[in-house]
Design a protein around this ligand. Sequence first.
Ligand code: EPU
Length: 302
Amino acid sequence: MRIESPAVAARLAELGVELRQGVSLRTLTSLGIGGETDILLLRRYEGLPEAISLLKREGIPYRFLGGGTNVLVVDRELPWVMLQLPLAPATAKIEGNRAYIDAAADLGGTVTYCAKNNLGGMEGLIGVPGSIGGALRMNAGAYGTQIGTYVRAVELYRGASGRIETLRGEDIHFDYRHTSFAPDDVMLRVELELPSKPYKEIVAGIKICNEKRRNSQPLNQKSAGCIFKNPHGGSAGRMIDELQLKGYRRGGAMVSDRHANFFVNTGEASSDDMLGLIDDVRKRVRSAFGVDLENEVIVWNN
Ligand code: EPU
């Protein structure tokens, strides 16, 4: 999708939006798959409500891209522009046990920053790629930690009202890889309440999680993390592994030979390769175990 109108481009610039034309989503997603579109980089998030109402008025469809680490984007010309906040520094404003963090901050870097201020609790999230905003939206979790546990407030753009609002933690529902945020809500800032811990203790916890992750996940390959959610009481990775599907491929898409719930782009995978592999593996698991695996990865294909 291209923004053709110079008037719209000029208004976006006034709102602090940088327009990058014809960017390939291959370069903005951890899977390295996706078609081209215009990227609207929001230099000042205060301009977001007006930018979105401008797009709505002009009939320009849009989607919001976070860190791009949990999304599979179709590799055709995309029918929407992408709004994105530029990556924020992995810092936080710390007041006692509270940390105030920009949604566009890198999750792992922020965990480390909080650790340096003797605030722990998020050790398990250290190797989870992506932004704080993406982690909030899906309640990212690993090694017994979920970010939702620590959320005290979220400042967000609400699609329903078209305004920036603040939600209290107790008014947000966080579940396993699921939250009560609406699809058109955009995370902007979060307030976390984290337990005090000595830095050394946090670092020891971080080391253990990093090692477990290094030993079990294909960290240096292009992936979107786990493809399927774990079914209640079960493990998608173990089931796929039991079917001996590690290394199983469709074109350039392959079930990781390290962790069977990671599907990797071995080089030139197309979105059809990846979608075909997901479909195929889901069918095999259904037929062998009678379990319908639900996607964890978000698929943007229309
Ligand atoms: N297993 C296998 N073969 C495999 C993979 C796993 O037998 O190929 C077995 C393991 O031996 C273990 C069990 O399955 O007994 C669970 O495996 P693991 O500890 O790797 O955890 P997981 O349930 O597969 C979840 C999250 C990960 C998170 C890890 C660590 C989901 C879908 N995945 O994986 O999150 O990093 O726990 O806490 O909840 C993600 O969200 O993208 C993600 C990678």
